[in-house]
Design a protein around this ligand. Structure first.
Ligand SMILES: Nc1ncnc2c1ncn2[C@@H]1O[C@H](COP(=O)(O)OP(=O)(O)OP(=O)(O)O)[C@@H](O)[C@H]1O
Length: 231
């Protein structure tokens, strides 16, 4: 049976009084991977920031587990929401181990998810490669078994093989109960592990569907990448 975790109704959000996301509706069920796609500047990051509590929506309703979702990032973390920003969410002056210790779950669980981090435990976060930093952020977050994980541009600048590895871990986390909302540029790779996806264009929802439906639609993918096509 469907178990809705997050419901967004008519949410608008933006900067300095100007909305760049307008009247957005979306839902996320427990254990689903949902992709948020769209061309540059469509409003994907802004949507995540509003859901993470970094930005306050200017209108609309956001409900999480049947109660309004309010408050700042740290309060949402206590309700089981984890956010990994585009910048990486890694403390560059702290070692990998210290980064993991700051996480919400046991270090052993994080290392079980990404054993690749074991030889890097003594290295400072800022010296890790882009892919290693993303693994660290994901390992730290998933070790806390969040109910909802919001991830921005997991694959930015990474080799396809590493992206595949990260997406596999996300899929496995979702299968174990964590709902995932992921913003991505690599639309086809992320849709392959997504249950559903939403495509934004100029701040508004243009299309939505199952991962398979969106993958089968070249127009949708073109729209997601370039802002051309229908919608
Ligand atoms: N801090 C800010 N102040 C003012 N405008 C902003 C700010 N951050 C983003 N914007 C604008 O809001 C719009 C949506 O940006 P957003 O970062 O949400 O898009 P995006 O879909 O995540 O794009 P990308 O794929 O390029 O990261 C853009 O026009 C952007 O220029």
């Amino acid at each position: 049976m469907r178990s809705v975790l997050l419901t967004v109704e008519g949410m608008s959000a933006g900067y300095s009084g100007v909305d760049v996301v307008r009247e957005l509706d979306l839902t996320i069920d427990k254990g689903e991977v949902v992709a948020l796609l769209g061309p540059n500047g469509a409003g994907k990051t802004t949507t995540l920031l509003a859901l993470a509590g970094v930005l306050t929506p200017t209108s609309g309703k956001v409900r999480y587990r049947d109660a309004p979702l309010r408050g700042a990032l740290h309060r949402r973390a206590r309700r089981g929401i984890s956010y990994i920003s585009e910048q990486g969410s890694v403390f560059s002056r702290l070692t990998t181990l210290a980064n993991l210790r700051l996480g919400p779950g046991p270090v052993e669980d994080a290392l079980a998810l990404f054993p690749e981090l074991e030889p890097l435990l003594g290295r400072r976060g800022g010296l890790l490669s882009g892919g290693e930093q993303r693994m660290l952020a994901l390992a730290r977050s998933l070790a806390g078994k969040p109910d909802l994980l919001l991830v921005d541009e997991l694959s930015l600048g990474l080799a396809p093989l590493i992206v595949t590895r990260l997406l596999e871990r996300l899929r496995a986390a979702a299968d174990a109960g964590t709902a995932v909302l992921i913003v991505e540029q690599h639309a086809s790779q992320v849709l392959a592990v997504s249950d559903r996806g939403y495509v934004l264009r100029r701040g508004r929802l243009s299309t939505s569907g199952t991962g398979a439906e969106l993958l089968a639609s070249p127009d949708v993918l073109r729209s997601a990448y370039l802002g051309t096509g229908p919608g």
